[in-house]
Each structure stands twice: as C-alpha cells, then as structure tokens.
Design a protein around this ligand. Structure first.
Ligand code: 5RP
Length: 247
C-alpha cells in the first residue's frame, strides 16, 4: 500500500498538482489574513482552494477568539464549516455578508471569472452577490489574460433537467458548443446540489462576457451561468514558491 501511495504522489508531483497546492494555500491564507476580521459574516466558496481558507479561518477563530458566521455555497462548503467547528449560518438568517471568499477556474485581466468547475456555480454566485467584498483565491495557473486560457471546458451553465436539450440548441445558436457534463465512467449526467444538470459551453473567441451572461440567463431553463462579471473586488493568485500576486 505504501508503494502505491508513493507512486500516486510521484504521479501527482510529475503533473505539477502537488506543487500547485502551495500556491492555493498561499492565496487562501493571504485572503483570510487580509480580509477577515472579527464579528463578520463570511461566504464560504467551494472547491479545493477554499479548503485552505477554511483551515486558516478555523486557526484564527481558535487563536484570536474571533466571532464569525459562515454561510456555505455548497454541500461541500457546509461540510467544511461544520468539520472545522465554525458557526454555520444561511442566507435566511444572514442575508448580508461582509466578505465572500471563493476559488475560480479562470480569471481574466478585468477580474471576469469562470466558475463552476465543481458544479456549484449557482449557490456560489448567490453567496458572492450577498457580500460587500467578493475575493477570488486561486493558484497562478488560473491567472489569464483572456477567459479560456486556463479553463478549457468552457462556461458551465446550470439547467433544469427537463429543459437541457432545448437549452443546448439555443446555446448553439449563440455560437457556443454545449456539452452535457457527465459523471465519471459516463454513469449519467452530473447532478448539482440543486438537482439540476450542468452544460459546459465551449467557445473559441473573446465575448463581451457581461452580454453573454445576460443572453445565456435569458434562455428559459437556464438557472445560472458560471460567468462572474463585475463581481470580484480582487483576485489573489498563489505561486508554487508560496508568494502571491494580487489583482
Ligand atoms: C466550484 C468552483 C470552484 O471554486 C472552482 O472550480 C475552483 O476550484 P479549485 O479551488 O478546486 O481550483 O467554482 O463550482
């Protein structure tokens, strides 16, 4: 078993995955240390980078006795909050948040972002929209000049299951290439926390992202898109050596 684990680790090192964990961790810790203060309501994003942020929040709550309420953006985020003994809240009780911190799949030079690689985009966008400050954290592979450089799957769009075929046809008419996201081993479509499907919309040119987001959201059956335009206060990118850049 040990040999298996070492081989697995080596494979991850050879793909650069382990190295990128240092970047994710650095970005997450910087964000928490810079933007989180006591007596705040926080939005907690989803994905692998947010795990480091929640770890740091938990350390600070313990060491500095901070009083914080945490609102999750997914089932994963809810689990993280409870596993770290943080105070779980929701948007019914806490509709206004001070800071939301979340990962991203691709961020361009205007801070437009693609999110939803993990399929949590709708709740992530709702939570981010309720925050005074929305902070993106990521490793520096996500730092792009143009959207599409870092994330090749396209723009994730959450759809009501009964509408996925007509929605795909309408997305095609907008010039995008829609692909229904399938679970591993093609065991059926990926199902979101909201019991919906995800359509990944590939593109081959630069759009007016705000306008494209509007066009996609106008299609009946679309719940939300993974285009986050004009929402982020800043993006923090971590490098493998543990340093960060902030935009
Ligand atoms: C999930 C998301 C994630 O925040 C995004 O995919 C980034 O994930 P990671 O931190 O694992 O790179 O949008 O829907």
């Amino acid at each position: 078993r040990l040999r298996g684990s070492i081989l697995h680790l080596c494979r991850r090192v050879s793909t650069g995955e382990v190295v990128m964990e240092a970047g994710k961790r650095a970005a997450a810790r910087y964000a928490v240390d810079t933007y989180v203060k006591g007596n705040q309501a926080l939005g907690i994003g989803s994905g692998s980078t947010i795990v480091y942020a929640v770890e740091r929040i938990a350390e600070r709550v313990k060491d500095e006795k901070l009083h914080l309420l945490c609102v999750p953006s997914s089932f994963q985020a809810q689990q993280l909050i409870t596993q770290h003994n943080l105070t779980l809240s929701d948007l019914d009780r806490t509709p206004e948040l001070d800071v939301a911190i979340d990962g991203a799949d691709d961020v361009d030079s205007n801070l437009s972002a693609i999110k939803g690689g993990g399929g949590c985009l709708t709740q992530e966008k709702i939570v981010a929209s309720c925050a005074k400050q929305f902070i993106i954290i990521a490793d520096d592979r996500k730092d792009s000049k143009q959207l599409g450089e870092a994330f090749k799957k396209g723009i994730p769009v959450e759809v009501i299951p009964m509408a996925y075929v007509p929605v795909m046809k309408k997305i095609e008419k907008l010039g995008l290439k829609p692909i229904l996201r399938m679970a591993r081993a093609k065991a059926g479509p990926v199902v979101t926390d909201n019991s919906n499907f995800i359509i990944d919309c590939q593109f081959d040119k630069v759009y007016d992202w705000k306008e494209l987001n509007t066009q996609l959201n106008l299609i009946p059956g679309v719940v939300e898109t993974g285009l986050f335009v004009g929402m982020a206060e800043c993006a923090i990118f971590g490098k493998p050596d543990g340093t960060i850049t902030k935009r």
